[in-house]
Design a protein around this ligand. Sequence first.
Ligand code: CA
Length: 256
Amino acid sequence: MNRSMIASVCALLILIVLACNAPSGSIGSVSGPSSASPESNVADPERPAPVQETGKSFTYTFDSDTAGQMPAKFHAGLTGQGAKGAWEVKGDFTAPSQPNVLAQTSADNTNYRFPLAIADEGSFRDLDLSVRFKPISGRVDQAAGLVWRLKDANNYYIVRANALENNVVLYKVQNGKRTDLPLKGEGRTYGKKTDVLSGQWSELRVVGTGELFEVFVNGQKLYEVEDDSFPEAGKVGLWTKADSVTHFDDLRVTAK
Ligand SMILES: [Ca+2]
C-alpha cells in the first residue's frame, strides 16, 4: 500500500468516525434519524427506574442544584422535531421556593417540538403529580406541561396549560403522535378553557388512578379523562412546546 492510498484510507476512516459520532455525540439521538420526523415512532429506550411504593414522595425544588445545568436526577428528551430543549437551573427572584427554578430557555419555534425534562428517580402508576409554572415567552406557544407514565420520549400522557390559548388539554403521545383525549362526560372538547396568565405562577396538577385522570389548575378541579393506553408505571417529567420559554418549580410526585 503506497503512501497516498494510506492517506486515502485514513481520510475515509476519519470521515466514517465523524459521521458516526455526529448524531449521537453532539445533538443526541433524540434529534437523530430515529426520531427526527413525526412519522418516526422509535425513541431511545429509557433507563428503567424502580416502581415506587404507595406513599413514596419526591419533591424537586431545584434550589440546591447548580445553576446553568440540568438538575441532578433529570435528563432531557425530545418528542418531534427541532432543537433539543435547553433545560437549566436558574435563579428567579419570584420562584415559589427560593432561589431556583428549572427553565426551558430554547426558543426554537419548530411547531411539532416538545422538549422534555424527565425525572429518573422512580416510576409511578397511580400518582399525585403537581408543579408550579410561569410562562415567560413564546409567539407560537406558551406552554407548561406535566408528563406521566412515560415509557420513552414518544409514549406518555401529558397535561399542559397554554397561556396563549388560555386552556388546559390532556393528551396521550403514542408512537410520537399527540392526540387530545375526550373529557369524561363532556366529549372531545380539546380540554377546557381557563385563564393561564403569562408571567405569573400557577399550579398544574394531575391525579391518576388506574384509567382515571383528574386535572386541577390552581387548586380547582377542571375535568376528568379516562384512558387505558398506558396502564403501566412510567416516569414523570416536565414538557414544553415549540418556542415556549417556561419556568417550573416545586415538582412533586407521590405514588398512590
Ligand atoms: Ca425552587
